[in-house]
Every structure is written in structure tokens, then in C-alpha cells.
Write a protein that binds this ligand. Structure first.
Ligand code: ADP
Ligand code: ASP
Ligand code: MG
Length: 424
């Protein structure tokens, strides 16, 4: 007998038939004698709809901007998960399973005060465990918690993954299964490259990079928690027949295991390719080349919670002036330009230029640590396809390349094939 946390994403609970199908997956584990807690997302598209409403209400109400109170944003967007938790509990009860829904505040899942992008601080798993031991299935609304102000908070987009892993850590589950619309983590997004291969295992560090560089199959924070709390996390499909052979396998369920790198026997040099759309590049021209100039630029941006990514600096020939180029998410570009404008004198630049609609493609693999020439292979392959590189950043286990938006899919496929990742 084991204790299992099962998480079902938006497409897995998209309508009543899909919810019934999820109930069958849960029933399989309950019938096998396991203690089960379930975490659900909102029905597919629901959170987008709720976010859209929140963004538009100030304008409808007469404001000429869309600034809104993040606490009320959370009150609205957390409701999607409340609906699915209740519906799944009813579907389970209809199958004769003892189930009860739980909202974040009822457990409670305590978070910090960063409404809209809150971090989980603590989960009191006591009552859930007591009930699981009595054979009751806890159906928890993902994505939400309770802030220090006693108000509902949400964990940022894709946050139900994090709810699931955090609950698995809190109740000391043997396994956390993230059910989604693909049957595992692939070498790249299978929607972009049909030749992508499913990985049997992927190391925590690689999954962290994949997720933070755009592969939205898992929220970054969920991978961090799985790594820190050693939660055995699988990504698997809810679309397979719940009762197909092997689906209930305790040690090796079908899907991808996120694990320590030591568990991976045949480590490839490159494990996967990720991409992030909607990047914007901002360049400050003819800055004085003096100590403190970077602090003067990036300090105010950080204070405005703008996430700066790739940074490139060019020194002019005479060494007195410099250009600084960096990327931010397109959605933050306007705000960044405003902040830079407000600080123009303090920073001391001549002109600012910006370009939106760029894409960052990244090559990820732990094997890069011990192999030379990985970056050169990427540059050569992209050049052969006539794809221009706008910026490059590297770390021990990843190379990120900024390119023009329309080349995104070609670049992903080119990199995927140049490292031999295509399935044969
Ligand atoms: P859910 O609603 O279940 O949380 P998401 O849409 O958040 O599902 O994540 C699943 C999607 O992630 C897949 O449909 C797939 O298109 C995308 N994805 C991106 N990169 C990868 C990858 N490397 N492996 C698998 N899926 C990926
Ligand atoms: N429903 C939330 C979202 O769409 C959380 C999640 O699906 O993980 O972002
Ligand atoms: Mg998701």
C-alpha cells in the first residue's frame, strides 16, 4: 500500500466526461488499496477567461487603465479550481468512493502575500492524512492558498503542479503523478516537433531549466520543490485508458520520472530543446562606461518586478561608451521602457531602442558539462538555415539563443535534429 498524490491539469478535466474519466483513474488507485489525494486544475480555458474578465473590468467601469487589486484578481481566478474540486468529488461519490473537496484555505495551504504569484510557505497535512487513513479521498483545488492577510492567494499560472508536489511533500507521499494531455516529458514540445521522443527519466536540474526556459509541462516551482523535498514525481497521461495494463504499476508507471541525475544511466549530451515566445529586446545606446551603470539600469527594473533575462554589453572602440542590451517578457516591455525613461538622467544613456515578438530557444543537457563544441553545433545548424542570432547566453547545462519570432518552429526543429534527438 502506498500514498499517492494525483494531479489533473485543465485538459484532463475539460468537461464532465473528462472528469468522469479522471474519477476512473482515481478509482484504480483506491481499489488497489492506496491512500490517495487528488489535486485539480480549472477546466481548460477557464482560468484564461477569468483573467480576461479581471483585466477588462476596470475599463468597463470607466477607468482608462487596467490596474486592479491583486487580492481581487485572486478571489476571481481561484474560483475555477473550486468548481472542478467539487465536481470531481461528486463524480467519485457517484462511483461509490468516499471523497471530499478541499479549498486551499480549508487545509490550509499557507502562502506569502505575493497575490497572483504567491509561494507556498507551509501546508498542514494532518487532517488530510487522518482522513486518507480512514479511506477518504481528498480532492484539493490546486493553484490556490491562503495568504497572511487571510485572503485567497494564487500561485501563478500553471501553479496546480506546485500545489500537487507541495502536498505530496507535506503528506509524505510515495509518489506524485502529474497527469496531463501528453504521456510524459519529451525532448521538445511534441506539438511543435512530432519527431520529439518521450524521455523515460529526466534529471531535476534539466527539468528546472526546461521549465524555466519555456516548457510549460511543469511549473518551475513544482520542480524546485520536488528536488528539495525528494518527491518522486511522474509526468503521465490522463488520456490513456485508466484500466490499461501497467497503468497501476507502483514502481514504474508509464510516463517520465523526474529524478536525481545519478538515477539516469545513459546520459545524453543534450536532453531537450525548449522555447519561450514573446520576448522583447531593449537596447540602451551610448551609456557612459563607468562603475555603477548596470546597477542604475537593473536596480529600478528589479524594484518594478520586471524579470530581466539575457544581458549583453558592448564596449565602444575608445572604451568610453558602452551599449547594454537585455531581454524582458514582451508583456513587461512597456513598463520597462517607462522605468528606464524615468531614470534616464541617473543612468545616462543616449537613446533606447526596443523590439518585441522575439523568441528564445534553448538547448539543455547535463552532459554539456563534460563536452566541448555543443554551442558551436547549434550556431552552425542555425546558420545553415539562415536564422540570425540576436543574443546568446550560456550556463553549465544550457545554451539560450534569441531569434526573430517567425523562425521559432524552424529553429526548434533544427536544433532538435542537429543533436540527434529525433526519434528514429
Ligand atoms: P496541464 O493543463 O495538464 O497542466 P499544460 O498545458 O500546462 O497541461 O502542459 C502540457 C503541455 O506542455 C503539452 O500539451 C505540451 O504541448 C507542452 N510541452 C511543452 N514542452 C514540452 C515537453 N518538453 N514535453 C512535453 N510537453 C511539453
Ligand atoms: N488553472 C491555473 C492555470 O491555468 C493553474 C493550472 O492549471 O495549473 O494557470
Ligand atoms: Mg500546466
Amino acid at each position: 500500500m502506498a500514498r499517492i498524490v494525483m494531479k489533473f491539469g485543465g485538459t484532463s478535466v475539460a468537461d464532465l466526461d473528462r472528469i468522469k474519466n479522471v474519477a476512473r483513474h482515481v478509482k484504480r488507485e483506491v481499489d488497489a488499496g492506496h491512500e490517495v489525494a487528488v489535486v485539480v486544475s480549472a477546466m481548460s480555458g477557464k482560468t484564461n477567461e477569468l483573467v480576461g474578465w479581471v483585466q477588462n473590468i476596470p475599463k468597463v467601469a470607466g477607468a482608462n487603465h487596467s490596474i486592479y487589486d491583486a487580492r481581487e484578481y485572486d478571489a476571481v481566478v481561484a474560483s475555477g479550481e473550486q468548481v472542478t474540486s467539487g465536481l470531481l468529488a461528486i463524480a467519485l461519490q457517484a462511483m461509490g468512493i468516499n471523497a471530499r473537496s478541499w479549498q486551499g484555505w480549508q487545509i490550509p495551504i499557507r502562502t506569502d502575500n505575493a497575490h497572483g504569484a504567491a509561494r507556498i510557505l507551509d501546508i498542514d497535512g494532518g487532517e488530510m492524512v487522518r482522513r486518507m487513513k480512514e479511506g477518504q479521498v481528498a480532492v484539493v483545488a490546486g493553484f490556490q492558498g491562503l495568504g497572511p492577510d487571510n485572503r485567497v492567494s494564487t500561485l501563478g499560472r500553471g501553479g496546480s503542479d506546485t500545489s500537487a508536489v507541495a502536498i505530496a511533500a507535506a503528506v509524505k507521499a510515495d509518489r506524485c503523478d502529474i497527469y496531463t494531455d501528453v504521456d510524459g516529458v519529451y525532448t521538445t514540445d511534441p506539438r511543435i516537433e512530432p519527431k520529439a521522443r518521450r524521455l523515460k527519466k529526466i534529471a531535476f536540474e534539466e527539468m528546472l531549466e526546461m521549465a524555466s526556459l519555456g516548457a510549460k509541462v511543469l511549473q518551475v516551482r513544482s520542480v524546485e520543490l520536488a528536488m528539495v523535498f525528494k518527491v518522486r514525481t511522474f509526468v503521465r497521461s490522463s488520456f490513456e485508458d485508466p484500466d490499461a495494463p501497467g497503468m497501476g504499476d507502483l514502481l514504474n508507471p508509464p510516463g517520465t520520472l523526474i529524478c536525481d541525475e545519478e538515477e539516469i544511466v545513459e546520459q545524453e549530451v543534450v536532453t531537450g530543446i525548449a522555447y519561450a515566445k514573446d520576448e522583447a529586446q531593449i537596447s540602451l545606446r551610448r551609456l557612459d562606461d563607468r562603475p555603477g551603470v548596470s546597477a542604475a539600469i537593473f536596480g529600478p527594473l528589479a524594484e518594478s518586478h520586471i524579470n530581466v533575462d539575457m544581458i549583453v554589453q558592448n564596449i565602444s572602440e575608445d572604451g568610453s561608451k558602452t551599449d547594454m542590451t537585455f531581454t524582458v517578457p514582451s508583456g513587461d516591455a512597456e513598463k520597462a521602457l517607462r522605468v528606464l525613461g524615468e531614470n534616464k538622467e541617473k543612468i545616462g544613456y543616449d537613446v533606447v531602442q526596443s523590439e518585441s515578438g522575439l523568441v528564445k530557444v534553448s538547448v539543455i543537457g547535463i552532459g554539456m558539462r563534460s563536452h566541448a563544441g555543443v554551442a558551436a553545433t547549434a550556431f552552425r545548424a542555425l546558420a545553415e538555415k539562415g536564422i540570425n542570432i540576436k543574443a546568446i547566453t550560456t550556463s553549465e547545462i544550457k545554451i539560450s539563443i534569441l531569434i526573430d519570432g517567425p523562425y521559432a518552429e524552424l529553429a526548434v526543429r533544427t536544433l532538435h535534429s542537429c543533436y540527434g534527438l529525433d526519434k528514429s
